[in-house]
Design a protein around this ligand. Structure first.
Ligand code: NAD
Length: 428
């Protein structure tokens, strides 16, 4: 099978570059595609194109309904190709085909349609407050900002891309999208569908490049009015600092260490399956993954026995096989990082009740594999209980009272999936 090559999408043109990335399957090391490697000069070109497209009014002066129709047309085109694109996503980032066809493709297309619908109903202009004693009436009008930079990670690329670019475009902005260099293919496929659906030149630009210098340069660019970023907390902090320098708006979606609290009257079989899904879906590479399982001491033994028995049935293997539950992690570096966390956890006293390392077997030699892992005997002061691992690793902590569970759940700096104290815990 010939290996496809992807170029950058700048000002409505497909632009190659002298340097290329090799995108390899995290499961097998097979070459999936080559991709033009963008530079800071490409960012300059893309931002200039987006700025000119904004100034020309070619997109912002369209009625919101027209912009929504174009977004819906792209959603329809993606839906027609959903099976093919799910396979491409699985080959590129190793998420299992069950997850790429549902969470990556299905949900993203649904979200694109939803956001297009919002453009149709949103009140971009309405009567504003009266202006004091003057014989004048106020008008409240929501204007697009101009050039929006969207910087996204590799774990669920399409969904994060949709969440960034659909609202920006629906509101009439122009966009420079920088996908992650490990998984840029869906971003370029999306650009292809926007081009085919008739998006004017320069309104959406896609530049694949390294985080540094390319992402860094984009997020500090003086002609970018807003940065929408999803990724690690460290990079989020850097972007916030740059935004202060250049006075930009910023939206950050950062890392997590999601707590999952089991109550003592839970239906245990539902809770066991839900806990494994929360921790292992997308091979454990999800910001909101429920990786800190909090189990009441009163049912700990019974719950753990069921959890361990069920976890041992999870299949690790070919992510293209619909029977597979857990696939590889994105890179060899990430695999080594996770193995380091597992060694550290064991050294601090945790027990690997299931998994706990890299799997044996010839089928696992070429890829980046971690066994689905359940760690018990974990205490809240251990590194493994506090830092984001971003792999198929579930840590089990115990608690005695609900207040203690909530305090542990909310006790970390990562703020995704916190329990809001004013809301009651919901029984599922
Ligand atoms: P990362 O921060 O290293 O990379 C994310 C993106 O930022 C990539 O496109 C990368 O090239 C770019 N980048 C890297 N350095 C940059 C810099 N200095 N300036 C500007 N851009 C830069 O993230 P990662 O480790 O590859 O992705 C996983 C992280 O993303 C995890 O922490 C995960 O929790 C988080 N994440 C969060 C959400 C959410 O919705 N909160 C969703 C998915 C992933």
């Amino acid at each position: 099978m010939s290996v496809p090559h992807y170029s950058l999408f700048i000002d409505g043109e497909w632009v190659d570059s002298p340097e290329h990335y090799e995108i390899r399957s995290p499961a097998t090391g097979e070459l999936v595609a080559t991709v033009a490697k963008g530079s800071t000069q490409h960012i300059d070109q893309a931002v200039a194109a987006a700025k000119a497209a904004h100034a020309s009014g070619v997109w912002r002066s369209k009625a919101p309904e027209e912009r929504a129709d174009l977004l819906n047309a792209v959603a329809a085109r993606l839906a027609e190709r959903a099976d093919e694109l799910a396979v491409l996503q699985t080959r590129e980032n190793g998420a299992t085909i069950r997850v790429t066809s549902t969470l990556h493709l299905g949900l993203s297309i649904g979200q694109l349609q939803y956001l297009a619908g919002l453009a149709k109903s949103y009140e971009f202009e309405k009567p504003g407050p009266a202006i004091g004693p003057l014989p004048a009436e106020g008008i409240l009008r929501r204007e697009p900002l101009g050039v929006v930079a969207a910087i996204v990670p590799w774990n669920i690329p399409l969904l994060v891309i949709v969440w960034k670019i659909a609202p920006a475009l629906a509101a009439g902005n122009t966009v420079v999208l920088k996908p992650d260099e490990h998984a840029p293919l869906l971003a370029l496929e999306v650009a292809r569908e926007f081009e085919a659906a008739g998006l004017p030149k320069g309104v959406l630009n896609v530049v694949v490049g390294d985080g540094e210098p390319v992402g860094y340069y984009l997020s500090g660019h003086p002609d970018v009015r807003k940065v929408a970023f999803t990724g690690s907390t460290a990079v989020g902090k850097s972007i916030l600092g740059q935004a202060a320098e250049t006075i930009k708006r910023v939206t950050l979606e950062l890392g997590g260490k999601g707590p999952n609290i089991i109550l003592d009257d839970a239906d245990l079989s539902v809770a066991v399956d839900g806990s494994l899904f929360a921790a292992m879906a997308n091979n454990g590479q999800a910001c909101e993954a429920g990786t800190r399982l909090l189990v009441p001491g009163s049912i700990k033994d019974e719950f753990l026995a069921k959890l361990i028995e069920r976890a041992k049935t999870l299949t690790l293997g070919d992510p293209l096989d619909p029977a597979t539950d857990v696939g590889p992690v994105i890179t060899r570096e990430q695999q080594q990082r996770i193995l380091g966390y597992l060694d550290g956890a064991k050294a601090q006293g945790a027990t690997a009740a299931v998994g706990g390392g890299a799997p044996d077997g010839p089928q696992f030699q070429a890829g980046n594999w971690i066994e689905p892992t359940i760690l018990t005997d974990v205490t809240n002061d251990m590194t493994i209980a506090r830092e984001e691992v971003f792999g198929p690793v579930l840590t089990v902590l115990t608690y005695d009272t609900i207040d203690e569970a909530v305090a542990i759940a909310n006790g970390l700096r990562q703020r995704l999936a916190r329990h809001q104290p004013e809301l009651p815990l919901r029984r599922l």
